[in-house]
Design a protein around this ligand. Structure first.
Ligand code: FAD
Ligand code: SIN
Length: 545
């Protein structure tokens, strides 16, 4: 990557005394499962401020359908869950991390029930379903296909009830504050006042979720613009494995319908995938057919679309008991009905789309990043649980377990920090020197199309190089402009994250897990059985290892 790429802070020069400010012990950025869990835990022993850039409920978490993986049935075991997780991770998932998280799974479900979560049951027992790559039924779900909504509302209610947590919605984090090598809070753009403000904190927990909105096709909501990756990178944190982006095989593909997810649990309950001629093509590809690991299913669908010249394939549930289907998937049934599709009898047009950022800010099991005072958890973090691929429903599990851990560790660290609440001067190295009128929507659309075409399900060196070139062309004027709006900041973050993802995807000249290179289709353990790391050097350029 060219050294000249301006990865610099983009906030216009300011003096901290001139900005409104507040103080908190622990600043938690993000109101998904990870942030809510961290905030609740930290609030047991310190004052917490919880931020969300939208409302509390706007998150990937709230949209989760399939459920939470936990080994609960008598035929299952922690060892089996671990084995499946390591198998999916394609040599990069860390056994010790997996064992820790998986062992905490049943307890995490129990905690949620204690808080009032209501999971679906068969009689007395929690009902479990299967998803791709799981050799056992171990996915706990709520209201059929609305696990995320249940999670988000139970945890959301708990934080609202908690006196020690101050909630600031519509508050966008622009950058972290570095005070003598320690993270000391964040600069935020308040949706209420439209002004920049400072929140000083003893410790900060980054839980900003995913980055799906960097791609044209995605299951992710509008808030998932990869801010946390870019913010952490600018702050100098070590990030890793950003080339590993999971593409979900089955997103509804209908003009005018948002790319709504059609849960893998639909295939877990027996749905078939067919092409337009009716061929059930997965049976010839993998012994688990439709329940092969996600990366295999997504790639096969894309190849089938290329072969047939069609833009989609179809989910077929017509052989399943219609009453059971409607009961099991009430949300998806209703969504499809709005587009005149009967889930029980009509073919459902689907195709893959960007779903989950496997890589992220490098953390240990306590969520500690490489920057003192900064913790990270949930989708924005990479603790080593997923390796090069993620098993369905393992991410909510991770967000709950490691979110809690990060909250405990952050609060403990906050306790050890002096009550040194004073306004400090902030040095801001900013060179917003351009007066360019930028059509943000046009750059957003161009970026998302570029990433979809070049850094999507199938990648190759040529495409990635071309993407890098375009990004290098757009980046200087977008980064160098004062785009002082949430949308402008988000665009700058998307570009930064896209550059890092593209560069890492280009460097990894092999195929592994979700990263598939048509020019290097084989896994190359001799060279690549390792993580890739990146951090920002003081001169602003990324340094890859
Ligand atoms: P999120 O839930 O995405 O929350 C991110 C938070 O960060 C939001 O509150 C947002 O406002 C805030 N934020 C972001 N940037 C900023 C900023 N600059 N300033 C302030 N706040 C910011 N996983 C499973 O395990 N099981 C499933 O069934 C499942 N289904 C899914 C279905 C869909 C449609 C999607 C999109 C994902 C699904 N996943 C599922 C993945 C899973 O939902 C996510 O990985 C997980 O919810 C991430 O949680 P999180 O707390 O890390 O982030
Ligand atoms: C799904 O319901 O298919 C999504 C599950 C996940 O991403 O873990």
């Amino acid at each position: 990557m060219k050294e000249a790429l301006p990865f610099r802070r983009f906030v216009t020069s300011f003096h901290s005394l001139q900005l409104p400010h507040r103080f908190t012990d622990c600043l938690v950025i993000g109101s998904g499962a990870a942030g809510l869990r961290a905030a609740l835990e930290a609030a047991r022993s310190c004052r917490v401020t919880l931020l969300a850039k939208g409302t509390l409920e706007k998150s990937n978490t709230a949209l989760a359908q399939g459920g939470i993986a936990a080994s609960l049935s008598s035929s299952d075991s922690l060892e089996k869950h671990l084995e499946d997780t390591l198998q999916a991770g394609a040599g990069l998932a860390e056994e010790e991390v997996g064992r820790f998280i998986i062992e905490m799974g049943p307890g995490a479900i129990h905690d949620l029930e204690e808080m009032g979560a209501s999971f679906d049951r068969h009689g007395e027992e929690i009902a479990l379903t299967r998803e791709g790559g799981h050799t056992e039924a171990r996915v706990v779900h709520a209201h059929g296909d609305s696990t995320g909504r249940e999670l988000s509302s139970v945890l959301g209610r708990a934080v609202k009830r908690c006196d020690g947590i101050r909630i600031l919605e519509e508050t966008f984090v622009v950058d972290l504050i570095d005070s003598q090598g320690r993270c000391s809070g964040a600069i935020v753009l308040s949706g209420r006042t439209g002004q920049l403000e400072i929140i000083w904190s003893k410790v900060t927990v980054l839980a900003t979720g995913g980055a799906g909105r960097i791609w044209r096709e995605t299951t992710n909501p509008a808030v998932a613009t990869g801010d946390g990756l870019a913010i952490a990178f600018r702050a100098g944190a070590v990030l890793r494995d950003l080339e590993f982006v999971q593409f979900h095989p089955t997103t509804l593909y209908l003009a005018g319908a948002a790319r709504a997810l059609i849960s893998e649990a639909v295939r877990g309950e027996g749905a078939y995938l067919r092409d337009k001629s009716g061929d059930r093509f997965m049976t010839a590809v993998h012994p688990d057919a439709e329940l092969a690991p996600r990366d295999v299913v997504s790639r096969t669908i894309v190849e089938r679309m290329l072969d047939t010249g069609d833009t989609r394939v179809f989910l077929d549930l017509s052989h399943l008991d219609p009453d059971r289907v409607r009961r099991r998937f009430p949300g998806i049934t209703a969504h499809l009905a709005a587009f005149d599709i009967d889930i029980t009898s009509d073919p459902i047009p689907v195709r893959p789309s960007a779903h989950y950022m496997v890589g992220g800010v490098s953390v240990d099991l306590d969520g500690r990043t490489s920057i003192p005072g900064l913790f990270a958890c949930g989708e924005v973090a990479s603790a080593g649980f997923h390796g090069a691929n993620r098993l369905g429903s393992n991410s909510l599990l991770e967000a709950l377990v490691l979110g809690r851990r990060a909250g405990v560790a952050a609060a403990l660290e906050a306790k050890g920090q002096a009550d040194d609440f004073r306004v400090r001067e902030i040095e801001s190295k900013v060179e917003n020197d351009r007066e360019v009128s930028i059509d943000l929507e046009d750059v957003e659309n161009s970026l998302r199309s570029l990433m979809w075409m070049s850094a999507g399900v199938r990648r190759d060196g040529k495409g990635l190089e071309a993407a890098r070139e375009s990004l290098a062309l757009w980046t200087p004027y977008v980064m160098g402009s004062d785009l002082r709006s949430r949308r402008g900041f988000e665009l700058q973050n998307r570009l930064t994250a896209a550059l890092l993802i593209t560069e890492m995807a280009l460097r990894r000249d092999e195929s592994r897990g979700v990263h598939y290179r048509t020019d290097y289709p084989a896994r190359d353990d001799a060279r690549w059985a390792r993580h890739q790391l990146v951090h920002r050097t003081p001169d602003g350029a990324p340094s890859f290892a």
